[in-house]
Design a protein around this ligand. Structure first.
Ligand code: AMP
Length: 176
């Protein structure tokens, strides 16, 4: 995957000192890179039933929409608090400083439906864990979670495994 990895821009000390920000906008603006990333993210799920992709705001929307189209399934947005127009279910998750909330429409997930979670990157796994909880509270089954980038030192993949959720990622970077 070194070809795709070279399309990711690393910005040191953004948004704060010590963080290496893995910027996927440079991959998405490359036509072949974007197409290959979507194809590889969708590939493991072409043979198992997925009823909908749940994308996490905001980069998970761009990737998730394209993956849903590839898989021929629906798309469900998981958004920051206060953005969805209909009745919602909310889930708190912990950030380095304080807490945040993500929400899903209460009727977005059909009971027993098979949902694939999509985001650009997994770090501590807190955001994806909140998505897993929202889908399960909505009555859905989480098929897996898929990302472009994993930061293994931050333990997110292990956190999801502890919830019985398998993660897929196209590449990994050392550090934070
Ligand atoms: P976490 O909840 O810790 O797994 O963080 C994942 C979310 O934060 C994803 O939506 C990422 O887009 C964003 N994120 C966390 N760390 C980074 C990083 N080093 N570079 C780019 N995005 C990041």
């Amino acid at each position: 995957m070194s070809d795709l990895k070279s399309l990711i821009r690393t910005i040191p000390d953004y948004p704060k000192p010590g963080i290496m920000f893995r910027d996927i906008t440079t991959l998405m603006s490359d036509a072949q890179g974007f197409k290959a990333a979507i194809a590889r993210m969708a590939e493991p799920f072409r043979t198992e039933p997925v009823d909908a992709v749940a994308g996490i705001e905001a980069r998970g929307f761009i990737l998730g929409g394209a993956i849903a189209d590839r898989l021929g399934c629906g798309f469900i947005p998981i958004r920051k608090k206060g953005k969805l127009p209909w009745k919602t279910i909310g889930q708190e998750y912990t950030l380095e400083y304080g807490v945040d909330v993500v929400e899903i429409h209460e009727d977005a997930v059909a009971s027993g439906s098979r949902i694939l979670i999509v985001d650009d990157l997994i770090a501590t796994g807190g955001t994806a864990e909140a998505a897993v909880k929202l889908i399960r509270r909505s009555g859905g089954h989480v098929v897996a979670a898929t990302f472009i980038v994993d930061l293994p030192e931050l333990g997110g993949v292990k956190l999801l495994a502890g919830h019985g959720v398998k993660s897929h990622a196209l590449m990994a970077f050392e550090g934070h």
